[in-house]
Design a protein around this ligand. Structure first.
Ligand code: NAP
Length: 321
């Protein structure tokens, strides 16, 4: 993507990149801006020298943009997040300074919903375990233990937003009955509403978590919710690691309080507790909800497009509310 108008390097707005971004996104940024890649972490002296000139932050969905960092950037005008989740950004601190925060909603709905369904199928039909069964030559010793049927099962969605609805649409094709919880019921939705995750968990076979992260959802899925989900229930988390009490989940998986879990996100990424890795009744993926070439391209276009719009004096494509 070329910059909106050719400018000499000295005139280019200076951008602080605060995460390891997808290389094509970095290429777009470098084509239009003077980019300082994570120097606030690696080179405090260089950072101190450029901080007064930084006009934009380019972040990922997992980035931390705390109040202290924002305070060090007096010329900051915009924070663009490459991702839909922006729980690591201190939006209140940005708002106090009139600095807009943008994210990349909608363009990744299909991808994350696909992965959620893939995890439902993987954990219930034991696809990774079946693959290992064949590779390890165990088939010759007899068939695998039977799995759990997905079609027609009861699915509960914690957070019926953009992605939650995309998951529900897919689950409908599997003939699943669908229910959900969120802070407020969606009158436009035909799915059954439950006022809490615990009440929802008690009524479903698969509980899929797809809320935002942050303080409002921290450990929303706790020991009580897992107990309600029960010994035949499965937990799928494609939201944020912070939404699930990981210690309680490990205990529930070890004790058979729930049947299994499919997890794309973890409390302390990229570190996954050894206790989870040791379990056979989990399927683990490394936060790859949106990780395809097609969707990352669309996210990069949106994240870059927000910066481009800002510096061209045009309306932002997707400011967070
Ligand atoms: P969204 O449209 O804003 O939907 C979020 C939903 O969560 C809403 O229905 C909201 O309803 C509900 N919610 C918020 N707080 C809640 C709470 N305390 N209890 C229960 N429900 C609550 O967001 P989205 O675009 O679908 O994205 C959702 C999240 O998915 C992102 O924020 C991100 O963390 C995660 N995500 C993960 C990946 C991945 O790679 N695994 C990729 C993309 C996104 P109410 O406001 O009525 O409560």
């Amino acid at each position: 993507m070329p910059p909106s108008s050719p400018t000499s390097e000295a005139e280019q707005p200076e951008v602080l990149v605060v995460a390891k971004l997808w290389p094509p996104m970095m290429e777009s940024l470098r084509g239009a801006f003077r980019v300082h890649d994570r120097i606030h972490q690696t080179d405090p002296t260089a950072f101190a020298a450029v901080a007064p000139r930084i006009r934009a932050i380019s972040a990922s969905g997992e980035s931390k943009v705390p109040r202290e960092l924002i305070a060090q950037l007096p010329a900051l005008e915009i924070i663009s997040v490459f991702g839909v989740g922006y729980d690591g950004v201190d939006v209140a601190a940005a708002r106090e300074r009139g600095i807009p925060v943008t994210n990349t909603p909608d363009v990744l709905n299909d991808e994350v919903a696909d992965l959620a369904i893939a995890l439902v199928l993987s954990i219930s039909r034991r696809i990774p375990q079946a693959d290992r069964y064949v590779r390890e030559g165990q088939w010759a010793n007899g068939p695998m233990p039977l799995a759990r049927k997905v079609s027609g099962a009861r699915l509960g969605i914690v957070g019926l937003g953009r992605i939650g609805n995309a998951i529900a649409k897919r689950a409908e094709a599997f003939g699943m009955s669908i229910a959900y919880t969120s802070r407020s019921a969606r009158p436009e939705s035909s799915y059954r509403y439950f006022p809490s995750a615990e009440a929802l968990a008690a009524e479903v076979d698969f509980l899929v978590v797809i809320t935002p992260g942050g303080a409002g959802t921290r450990k929303l899925i706790d020991a009580k919710v897992l107990k309600a989900l029960g010994k035949d229930g499965y937990l799928i988390n494609v939201a944020r690691g912070s939404v699930v009490d990981e210690a309680a989940l490990i205990e529930a998986l070890q004790n058979g309080t729930i049947a299994g879990a499919g997890l794309d996100v973890f409390e302390n990424e990229p570190n996954v507790p050894a206790a989870l890795i040791a379990l056979d009744n989990v399927v683990l993926t490394p936060h790859v909800g949106s990780a395809t070439w097609q969707t990352r391209r669309a996210m990069a276009d949106r994240a870059f497009g927000n910066l481009e719009a800002h510096f061209a004096g045009k309306p932002l494509l997707s400011p967070v509310p």
